[in-house]
Structure formats: C-alpha cells, structure tokens
Design a binder for this molecule. Structure first.
Ligand code: SPM
Length: 291
C-alpha cells in the first residue's frame, strides 16, 4: 500500500486528521524508497507539480511550497532586528535554506538534517528548492538536531525548525525540552520559529506547544499561512522570542519595501503579509492568548 490508488495519492492519517483526506492526481511516480528513517516518495502530479511525500504525508509541492518556506523563514528573521546567524533544523528539501540566504543581514546559515536521502533526492527531483544547499552562506550537517544544539550554545540569532508532523520521532520537536534546548543555542534576543500545525485540526496541540515554549521564552505567538496542499489548507508557526523590548505581534523589526521584496525574489512574504499572519479568528485568539 503506497497511498496511490487508481492514479490518485490520498493523504490518509487517522491519528492526525481523522475522517478527511486530501488527494492529488498522480501523473508519474518519480521515486520511492525506504530510507533509514522514513518512507520517501516523490511524484509528479497533474496540478501541483512535483510533490515530496514522507511517511505518507505531503511535505511540499512545487506549486505552493513558497508560502510555507518563505513564511517560516521571513517571519522570525523580520521579527529580529539583525539576524546574522541562523540555524535550520530539518528542512531536507532545501526550500527553507533557499529563503533564509536571501535576507541581506544573514551572514551564516547552519542546517542540520537527519536524513541524507531526502537531501540527495531533493537535489535530483526538486532542484528549485534544493538550490538552497548550493549557497555559499550555507553549511549543512547530516545529523541529529538535538545533539547539534547541545554542542552549539549561545550561537544563533534565529532557529527555524522545519519538521514533519508530531507523530513518531518528530513529536520531540514540539515538546518543552526542545524549546529549552533552542533557548540555550540562541544568542541574547534570539527568536525561534517552528512548524506548528493548523488551528482547524490541532488547536489543543498548538496551545500545548505554545505553553511549552512559554516556559523558556519571554514571548510566544502563533502566525498562520495558507498552503492548499496541506490538510485544511492552512498551517502555522509557533514563534518564540527571548526579547522583551518589542511585541512579536506588532510591526516587524525589519520592514522591506515591495521593491526590496521583489529583488529578493519573494513571492508570498511581504511586510503586509507579515502583519496579517498574526491576526487570528477571535475564538482562536482567545484560546491561544486569553485562556
Ligand atoms: N520544507 C517543507 C517541509 C514541510 N514540513 C512541514 C510539513 C507538514 C505537513 N503536514 C501538515 C499538517 C498540518 N496539521
């Protein structure tokens, strides 16, 4: 059972999104293998371009990946006044690296990804994302993010965790102990941004993750973006800051003009999108911030 039936891939996950599934019509299976860590599938779809699927869950499609990769990267980088050194945990397709290196203040980007097969296959089948790995600012380590951070204390201005969903080994990336580890790897005033789930599906889980973050960070906020190929069509980021001088949900510390945005090649992120991302439906705002 590879999730493909009569030419359609269906993302069925009874634990994470029971009773619903998103399907994509598959033109061609480009690659399938079981790496040391996960089942990897890359398919060419009829309408969403090339799609990377890990353990039966869509990670990105070439049609809509930019909304996730730009927002998980530029939201924290623009909440920080001067993000010079950035760490990416996960992100094996290279799309987050591709975005982070665009910020003019960024001098060094370090990335730690556990599965070298995802990196190699992305270079082969997703070159528009994996181009992030070729940038001279980027240093990639194949290894475990927990171990990497234990050895790199007080080093980073921004840490971005581009993980899969909280099931199996990725669960630990949503827990309080992970936020403690990230806090220790940050410099003064540092900011973290992690894949946080969708408020349509994971309201209580997001609240729990935010509470874990709150134990170690002066501020925590949730920002949302729209990704049509993810279940429910939206996904958010849990953002934590060690800085108390400005609110995460106010104006960004760094504002780019639309001309600068276009020059960087950003398609989704803009200062206006940044501000909008922190605006949540009233019942969600109450649940996340007032209860
Ligand atoms: N670089 C892109 C990798 C994407 N990582 C996050 C994938 C999450 C997919 N599932 C979303 C479900 C939301 N509840």
């Amino acid at each position: 059972m590879n999730g493909i039936h009569e030419g359609w891939f269906s993302e069925i996950q009874d634990d994470l999104w029971p009773g619903q599934c998103f399907s994509l019509k598959v033109k061609k299976i480009l690659h399938e293998e079981k790496s040391k860590y996960q089942d990897i599938k890359i398919v060419e779809t009829e309408t969403f371009g090339t799609c990377l699927i890990l353990d039966g869950i869509i990670q990105c499609t070439s049609r809509d990946e930019m909304s996730y990769q730009e927002m998980i990267s530029f939201l924290p980088m623009c909440c920080h006044p001067e993000p010079r050194k950035v760490l990416i945990v996960g992100g094996g397709d290279g799309g987050v690296a591709r975005e982070v290196v665009k910020h003019p203040d960024v001098e060094e980007v370090h990335q730690v990804e556990i599965d070298d097969r995802v990196v190699d296959l992305s270079k082969q089948y997703l070159p528009n994302m994996a181009c992030g790995f070729e940038h001279p600012k980027l240093r990639l380590t194949i290894g475990d993010g927990f171990e990497y951070m234990k050895q790199h204390k007080n080093e980073f201005d921004v840490i971005i965790t581009d993980s899969s969903d909280p099931i199996g080994p990725a669960v630990s990336l949503f827990q309080e102990s992970y936020y403690e580890l990230m806090k220790n790897a940050l410099r003064k005033g540092g900011i973290v941004s992690s894949q946080g789930g969708s408020y349509w599906l994971d309201q209580d889980y997001i609240k729990k993750t935010m509470n874990g973050c709150k134990q170690h960070f002066a501020q925590v906020a949730y920002a949302v973006t729209s990704v049509p190929s993810y279940p429910s069509g939206n996904i958010g980021f849990v953002i934590g800051s060690l800085d108390t001088s400005r609110s995460l949900r106010d104006e960004p510390a760094r504002k780019f003009t639309n001309k600068e945005i276009d020059k960087m090649g950003l398609k989704y992120y803009s200062t206006a999108m940044h501000k909008a991302a922190f605006t949540l439906p009233r019942y969600i705002e109450k649940h996340f911030y007032e209860s």
